[in-house]
Design a protein around this ligand. Structure first.
Ligand SMILES: [Fe+2]
Ligand SMILES: [Fe+2]
Length: 215
């Protein structure tokens, strides 16, 4: 595993949203759903499934093909895992699993080893084989794959399921990577997911977010 301390901080910032901060939110949300029992599964698993599916799609269609051109084979294992995860998620979402609780635990195990594979192999390879500006350029294409409806669901979900320090990092990356005229609407969606005090705390640390939220 690459020692992240020795990594170029700009490269790390460019890969971290997708390979660190989204992963943390996915782990945390799945834990919450597992702990929440049947009722929470019914209400919240569909959103988890939509967000995970889009995350995998972005990797399969945007990040992995770019990386494969420079390091053939490095994403093969991750891609296979996407298929396994997707199959199990679809079975859970359509009620095909006879024991939901047991299948959710199975999903957690599968997802954890998948995220680890990406964090230990794919993410370091991105940093080794791309310049920071090239990774930012890939990040800049994410919106091509996401509808406004998806972003409106994903952003509040994301900020709800990461710690304060992570929120600051993600928000800072947004002020770098997102066109200025698009930032206000992102802020509205993020603020919608946070308590007012949490939003104010975030704006204090990342003043570029500043646009007032209409009440
Ligand atoms: Fe991932
Ligand atoms: Fe993945």
């Amino acid at each position: 595993m690459t020692d992240l301390q020795k990594v170029d901080p700009e490269k790390y910032a460019a890969v971290a949203d997708n390979f660190v901060y989204v992963h943390r939110a996915l782990r945390r949300d799945l834990d919450r759903i597992i702990e929440g029992g049947e009722e929470l599964f019914q209400s919240d698993f569909p959103r988890f499934a939509r967000i995970l599916e889009k995350h995998s799609e972005l990797e399969d269609q945007l990040f992995f093909p770019a990386l494969e051109e420079r390091v053939p084979g490095v994403t093969r294992e991750s891609e296979d895992q996407h298929q396994q995860v997707e199959t199990l998620v679809a079975d859970l979402a359509t009620g095909k699993c006879s024991d939901t609780a047991k299948s959710l635990l199975q999903l957690r195990e599968l997802l954890h080893s998948h995220l680890e594979e990406e964090e230990q192999k794919v993410m370091p390879a991105m940093m080794d084989h791309f310049e920071a500006a090239e990774i930012w350029a890939l990040d800049g294409r994410i919106m091509e794959f996401c509808s406004a409806e998806f972003m409106q669901e994903m952003l509040p979900w994301w900020f709800q399921h990461i710690d304060v320090e992570d929120r600051i990092c993600v928000a800072q990356n947004m002020t770098v990577g997102v066109p200025a005229d698009f930032l206000p609407v992102l802020c509205q969606w993020i603020a919608a997911g946070l308590a007012e005090s949490e939003w104010l705390e975030l704006v204090e640390k990342v003043p570029e977010l500043n646009p007032p939220i209409p009440s």
